[in-house]
Design a protein around this ligand. Structure first.
Ligand SMILES: C[S@@+](CC[C@H](N)C(=O)[O-])C[C@H]1O[C@@H](n2cnc3c(N)ncnc32)[C@H](O)[C@@H]1O
Length: 249
């Protein structure tokens, strides 16, 4: 059998780090290819699988190799409390672009215009996965596959299409951009093929994104409150889309 530590070191630079039980569970459940998974306590992880995720127990049993704690912390300097970590193959950009461009689109694409906060990006990917959105596209410099984003997204990057694009490269579809100055979302039906665009935590929607927007829509908010958090805004908007009855069960 291949030495998992050696395999880890060989693959690390080009792989997605799955840090902790939930990230690994979701990645396996949504079809990620996981060439190496290590833990300091194989029995404890399999017991967790029995309790929380029996559907992936057999897969984890096959994947997991137990290694000493010193070797584990050398691979993962700040380990998750569940003491399990794995490397997954990142889905190809070509496959994600194909998913994002596929028509007819049956669920919106979420666009984060130059997001700054890795935790927000992870929370949004988790929301998009939960609501069955087609994908999450980010513009700007933040890497949506950064390990902190993957950790925040609980490994659910594998349940939706996650890519970084420029505004010019956004897939086709009507752009509904969320902005406190827009028309009230409660009077708006968000179509399944919509691109739902959200501005940066610091400066809101960029001029470029605004010029691509077909509609500006706002979330109800009492006067004197300036704005909602980015991820909460995405949550309300996806809920509004789903409440119209078109979201997949
Ligand atoms: C934290 S806010 C941005 C605040 C920023 N300082 C600004 O000037 O707009 C991040 C994004 O969440 C969305 N958002 C927040 N509150 C909203 C509201 N009441 N209506 C619509 N969108 C909202 C917008 O897309 C906004 O660009």
């Amino acid at each position: 059998m291949n030495d998992p530590v050696r395999v880890w070191r060989q693959l690390f630079d080009d792989s997605v780090l799955l840090d902790g039980f939930h990230a690994l569970k979701h990645a396996v459940r949504f079809g990620a290819r996981v060439p190496v998974a290590v833990t300091t306590d194989r029995r404890a992880v399999l017991e967790l699988a029995d309790e929380l995720a029996p559907d992936v127990r057999a897969a984890l049993d096959e994947l997991l190799t137990e290694i000493p704690e010193t070797a584990f912390t050398a691979l993962v300097p700040r380990p998750h409390p569940t003491s399990v970590a794995a490397l997954a193959v990142r889905p190809s950009r070509a496959a994600n672009l194909e998913t994002l461009a596929r028509v007819p689109r049956t669920a919106p694409v979420v666009v984060l215009d130059n997001p700054r906060n890795l935790g927000n990006a992870g929370a949004v990917i988790r929301l998009a996965a939960g609501f069955g959105a087609t994908g999450v596209v980010t513009t700007g410099t933040l890497d949506p596959w950064h390990p902190t984003v993957v950790r925040g997204g609980a490994g659910l990057h594998f349940a939706t299409a996650v890519e970084r694009l420029t505004v010019d490269e956004l897939p086709a579809g009507p752009v509904f951009a969320l902005d406190p100055e827009g028309e009230d979302i409660r009077g708006t039906k968000l179509p399944d093929d919509a691109l739902l665009a959200f501005g940066s935590e610091r400066s809101g929607l960029s001029a470029e994104l605004r010029s691509r927007a077909d509609r500006l829509v706002s979330l109800p908010m009492r006067p004197q409150v300036s704005s909602y958090n980015l991820a909460t805004s995405v949550a309300m908007t996806l809920f509004h889309w789903s409440a119209a009855g078109d979201a997949p069960a």
